[in-house]
Write a protein that binds this ligand. Sequence first.
Ligand SMILES: C[S@@+](CC[C@H](N)C(=O)[O-])C[C@H]1O[C@@H](n2cnc3c(N)ncnc32)[C@H](O)[C@@H]1O
Length: 271
Amino acid sequence: MEPDPRMYVHGRTVREAERLAYQASGLAHILHHDTRYPAGSRVLEAACGIGAQTVILAKNSPEAEFVAVDISPESLLQAVRRAAREGCTNIMFRTADVYDLPFGPGSFDHVFVCFLLEHLPDPLFALHRLKAVLRQGGTITAIEGDHGSALFYPESPDAHRVIRCLIDIQAAMGGNSLIGRELRHLMDEAGFCSVEISPRIVYADAGHPEGREGVKNIFIAMVEGVREEALSRGMVTGPEWEKGIRDLYRTTENGGTFAYTFFKAVGVKGE
Ligand SMILES: C[S@@+](CC[C@H](N)C(=O)[O-])C[C@H]1O[C@@H](n2cnc3c(N)ncnc32)[C@H](O)[C@@H]1O
């Protein structure tokens, strides 16, 4: 099944663009600190969206050359503007579908892909397509979340219910927001070698208050994004929804805790 960008679960609102930007910068120390590309290497970023990860990648490896693609021309336009604003001159943007990349075999030394596979009906096929444009010995880095990894206190069935709405709506659109735990399997199935998976945990409590803004602006904002869809599908009532969201915010107040795990995979294209 071909992906339909209009069916993107998070939508393309201004709030979602802000959430993606906040997510990339807020998680940069956790997700990007060990990703650097050598001078002169050619790197493909698949599904760059509004360019939030792209500018971090490009600044961290200023002498590498990036090609950043996305299926949405609208998001790419924002990405081009962001890169210009940030003074990045080592990125070329292009509209492309990851299932049908307009690049020859072995065109890139490295591939980076973040928060895409969770939205695709066939993530394994996407990894095969990305592998095809990678040279022998080149690396792929894939980062995904896993909404089933959200642990919090105080416990609340209502909070779990609103998270479940996002998981189920994304699944109904052909995606899988529990994909983080599957990355190992997918990377192995796609035939990558030397695969390393490292879980990256975001944690917030009174002793780690700096994480609380991230929980609100990244995770809870993402759940809030499916409110209308969840209500119109009859998955929850209005009061149940409001209570679930209120309980999620409660986990970021004093006495509350919140933890979420991202999974970062690195693999090599072997012989
Ligand atoms: C959650 S956003 C992530 C964007 C970016 N990687 C980031 O982390 O900020 C997912 C992106 O995947 C793009 N996308 C979805 N299906 C795609 C496909 N088949 N080919 C290329 N991009 C796709 C969407 O347009 C969207 O920009």
